[in-house]
Design a protein around this ligand. Structure first.
Ligand code: NG6
Ligand code: CA
Length: 516
């Protein structure tokens, strides 16, 4: 429904005295909106038709945008997965902590149990909380997960009531699902062994047995072969528990729908963390060849299908109106991320990053500026917002919405940006920090962007991505130069000084949200 009829109905109901929707924090727990956060992987600013793509159509996500707010300047906290997810869930920038880079498949849990998180705050407010899909934040204590026993700590120890996980990524072993504390379908007589250092067992590898592959690596990804695809890392055992990549979207979407069915009576928070469109891109056969852009385009269609199914489930239970649905991505796009899947050859005129420079891993805008759509039919007027927003603020904002506040030491970089997220304000953040794969930080304020000097690689030839690292300071005027083509650092020295010293303060303070 567009704004005018909705307003009209509201006025009419108001005359009948029935339109008083209490502010969310005043609502009783049962009346609070459900929250579904759909987190795509590696989906770029230009990968959706609602964000200007023409070669691929994403009608279900476009419908969210039509009925909700489409943000044009929303950011993941980092340009890769693990640190973005860390900041999303803890409300603290990952670059403040050691060991929060892209996690290995057998990494131990990087968020300390008991710590306040986005799910723990919502749980405090009476929500039932669940995570389904990609985790990639490590599992288990020191020494990593015990794949054959109780896998703990994990999401259940930081505020989730239920978890069904792809433990790391699709391209890393072990290629098994974990439900709550256990590997799903594990035969105890066929235990799992994993190593990222040396081969375990005698299973074929992509390096030695390329003839067994249905998808070949372009770089890395040449170790144990599972389902005809070689992965990062070696594994043996767990044969009955191994996933089938083609079914992954179906499996996790079914779990998401079941979660909604099960908890339809009370407010729930579902973190639905998609595998798509990360490598290996292996769509279900019903999507194969449908985009004309090869697997990368086909899994974008599959992503849209996942959203459609979740929306259908909400609709079926009459929950679509009072559920906040947020759709966004953990970092920017990459075309060749390590497999020969024809993504480069079949890209055509499609621009995964839209008008932005760089991509996944990069300090340039495409690294972190991602699609971000929020729909809440009951309370939010549809529209577009150019406000500067960050996923790191979801913790304070959604906690605030549900009536709980953060203690000074919780979510130290998370600001309550609810009015902006709900479209009641266009102010947005005062400034925003970006973080690339090399650890380079950038800061944006008043449309000026400063990228701190870095001697790390400026360009990755394998992924063909400009990483934005430069030994010289960089300053861009995004209002006039969104494509970051003109470094004006030497002309705008005052601006450069203002932004670089603000960045230094934010770094050295150890927090950015004031403690009082
Ligand atoms: C890189 C992998 C890449 C991807 C990335 C993590 C190689 C050569 N590249 O190291 O394929 O897995 O890590 O992506 O191994 S992320 O979206 O989970 O951060
Ligand atoms: Ca990612």
């Amino acid at each position: 429904m567009n704004a005018a009829p909705r307003l009209c109905i509201c006025v009419c109901l108001a005359l009948l005295g029935a339109c008083q929707v209490p502010a969310p924090s005043e609502q009783s727990p049962e009346e609070r909106p459900n929250i579904v956060l759909i987190y795509a992987d590696d989906l770029g600013y230009g990968d959706l038709s609602s964000y200007g793509a023409t070669q691929v159509q994403t009608p279900a996500i476009d419908q969210l945008a039509e009925e909700g707010i489409l943000f044009t300047d929303a950011h993941a906290p980092s340009a890769t997965c693990t640190p973005s997810r860390y900041a999303l869930l803890t409300g603290e920038y990952a670059w403040r902590r050691e060991g929060t880079g892209i996690a290995r498949g057998d990494a131990s849990m990087i968020i300390e149990p008991g710590r306040a998180t986005l799910p723990s705050k919502l749980r405090e407010a009476g929500y039932t909380t669940g995570v389904i899909g990609k985790w990639h934040l490590g599992l288990g204590g020191e020494g990593g997960p015990d794949w054959n026993g109780e896998i703990k700590p994990g999401p259940l120890e930081i505020g989730f009531d239920e978890a069904f996980l792809i433990p790391a990524t699709g391209d890393r072993v072990p290629t098994v699902y974990v439900e709550n504390h256990r590997v799903v379908g594990l035969d105890p007589n066929d235990p799992i062994e994993v190593s990222f250092r040396e081969p375990v067992g005698d299973e074929p590898t992509g390096r030695e047995n390329p003839e067994l592959l249905k998808m070949h690596p372009s770089h890395g990804h040449d170790m144990t072969i599972v389902n005809g695809i070689s992965r990062i890392g070696y594994m043996k055992g767990g044969t009955a528990a191994r996933w089938v990549d083609e079914d992954m979207a179906d499996v996790i979407t079914e779990k998401a729908v079941q979660f909604i069915d099960k908890h339809k009576e009370s407010p729930f928070f579902l973190f639905f963390s998609l595998h798509d469109i990360h490598v290996p891109r292996v769509p279900h056969p019903r999507f194969v060849g449908k985009s004309g852009m090869g697997p990368r385009g086909d899994v974008i269609l599959q992503t849209d299908w996942c959203v459609e199914e979740v929306m259908k489930a909400l609709d079926q239970h009459g929950l679509a109106e009072n559920t906040i649905v947020i759709f966004t991505s953990d970092n920017g796009p990459v075309v060749d991320d390590g497999y020969e899947d024809q993504a480069v050859e079949l890209l055509g005129d499609h621009a995964p990053a839209g008008v932005l420079r760089g991509g996944k891993y990069s300090a340039f805008e495409a690294g972190t500026r991602v699609p971000f759509i929020l729909k809440w039919t009951e309370q939010v007027e549809p529209g577009t917002s150019d406000a500067l927003v960050s996923q790191v603020d979801l913790m304070a904002s959604l906690a605030g919405l549900s009536g709980v506040s953060l203690a000074p030491n919780e979510g130290v970089d998370s600001f309550d940006q609810l009015p902006t997220l709900l479209g009641e304000s266009i102010t947005g953040r005062d400034y925003l920090i970006e973080h690339n794969a090399a650890g380079t930080l950038s800061i944006i304020k008043d449309s000026w962007k400063f990228i701190e000097p870095s001697t790390a690689n400026p360009y990755n030839a394998r992924t063909d991505i400009e990483l934005g690292n430069n030994p010289e300071p960089q300053l861009y005027n995004l209002a006039e130069d969104l494509g970051e083509q003109h470094n004006v650092a030497s002309d705008e020295t005052e601006k450069l000084e203002e932004l670089s010293s603000l960045l230094e303060t934010i770094k050295s303070d150890g927090r950015s949200r004031p403690s009082n």
